[in-house]
Design a binder for this molecule. Structure first.
Ligand code: ADP
Length: 375
């Protein structure tokens, strides 16, 4: 039996009206990530997070409408927050459930061959990796804000949180719940503030602690690159784990990384580690797009006095010595911390702030630096 095709599903869904919009859910542009395979159907309904739970009946009605089609064997519909409105409530409202495990390899397994497991990824124009020599320098904060700043400049952006030691993007981007696997073969990612996000953290049960290594790490990374429905992206930003390990190696061997950014604080010790990361990317033949100095200066919110808590300018000097671009300085700033840790990074929560402007300038330099990569 052949089962329905996408058009059949869309026709069924266009019979469902969102009362708040007075339009059917297809013409209201709410249906995304539709997959139809051998009778299994999956899709997301992109909704205003403020309406979250109230839309459960709409989700159920959409699911039931598709279930009624001939040849449908299973239907998964998830509600996903989709808003690029500054200051909008953060939560993506995908249901909490088991991780979207498509069968991760275990220690001792042979690598799982997939039909295509190296080279560029369909639909993704550019991959930019964000690395650091050591942890805690703000690599995830910078990745999130750069992703949002690129989206604010009209780019289609995905953010892959590959930081196996501390996946923090779901929290920073205010997404909770789990991505789903409508057909057991592909993963529907979550989305917030106009950025599509997938995280290593989604691949584990909440209380599961795992030492990621070897085949398991490789298969998790491969799944996140190739089995996630990223859609068409201008940029996929990859938030790497700190240091120079298996993820960096696998990523650059298994796909084409168009450039790497290194985040460092001004301290010597962080810079020494940053140099090792730079060296690794050079050896892996990944072009270095530049360095960012984070927690650069501290401006006292009471008296505007500027203090250089971790020193100042070290990353800029180092970038000059190494002959790589210096992309900018981000101050040590309470609003940057509160906004990222609270799930509304500063680029969306305070777009008019000078800190948000810094991130947008860096994003603009990245657009320039990667403009030669054909979309
Ligand atoms: P990494 O990914 O390098 O481990 P994170 O991005 O998780 O680092 O940042 C570590 C902590 O430092 C977080 O609590 C984050 O909010 C905070 N932080 C990062 N950058 C800044 C900054 N420029 N000003 C203030 N706090 C920051």
């Amino acid at each position: 039996m052949s089962g329905p095709v996408k058009e059949d599903v869309l026709a069924a869904l266009s019979g469902i009206t969102d009362p708040a919009k007075g339009k059917d859910i297809v013409s209201a542009g709410m249906v995304s990530g539709l997959v139809v395979k051998n009778g299994a159907v999956g899709f997301a309904l992109e909704v205003d997070p403020a309406r979250g739970a109230a839309l459960e009946p709409l989700r159920k009605a959409a699911e039931d409408a598709v279930k009624g089609l001939d040849g449908v064997t299973s239907v998964t519909a998830v509600l996903t927050a989709h808003s690029s409105e500054p200051g909008a409530a953060p939560q993506a409202v995908a249901p909490k459930g088991p991780p979207p495990n498509l069968g991760l390899a275990k220690e001792g397994d042979k690598p799982i061959p997939t039909s295509k497991d190296t080279g560029p990824i369909d639909g993704i124009a550019r991959i930019i990796a964000v690395g650091s020599g050591k942890g805690g320098v703000g690599k995830s904060t910078v990745s999130a804000n750069i992703a949002l700043a690129l989206a604010a400049q009209g780019k289609k952006v995905g953010l892959l949180d590959a930081d196996v030691y501390g996946p923090s993007q779901p929290r920073m981007l205010g997404v909770s719940g789990r991505p789903s696997t409508p057909d057991g073969k592909t993963i529907l990612p979550l989305r917030n503030y106009g950025v599509t996000v997938m995280s290593m953290g989604f691949m584990l049960e909440d209380d599961q602690s795992v030492v990621w290594r070897g085949p398991m790490l490789m298969s998790a990374l491969q799944q996140m690159l190739r089995q996630v429905q990223w859609g068409k992206l201008d940029y996929l930003i990859v938030d790497l784990p700190p240091g120079t390990g298996d993820v960096q190696l696998t990523l650059s061997q298994k796909t084409q990384v168009d450039g790497a950014i290194i985040v460092s604080t001004p301290q010597d010790v962080a810079l020494i580690d940053a140099k090792k990361a730079i060296d690794m990317f050079s050896k892996l033949k990944v072009p270095l797009l530049g360095m960012i100095e984070n927690m650069s200066t501290y401006v006292c919110p009471n008296c505007d006095h500027e203090a250089h808590i971790f020193g100042h300018g070290g990353a800029k000097d180092e970038a000059e010595k190494l002959g790589i671009p210096f992309l900018g300085e981000i101050p040590l700033d309470i609003d940057i911390r509160l906004s990222s840790d609270g799930g509304t990074p500063i680029v969306v929560s305070k777009p008019k702030s000078p800190q948000a402007a810094r991130f947008r300038e860096i994003a603009a330099s990245l657009i320039d630096a990667t403009s030669t990569v054909p979309a």
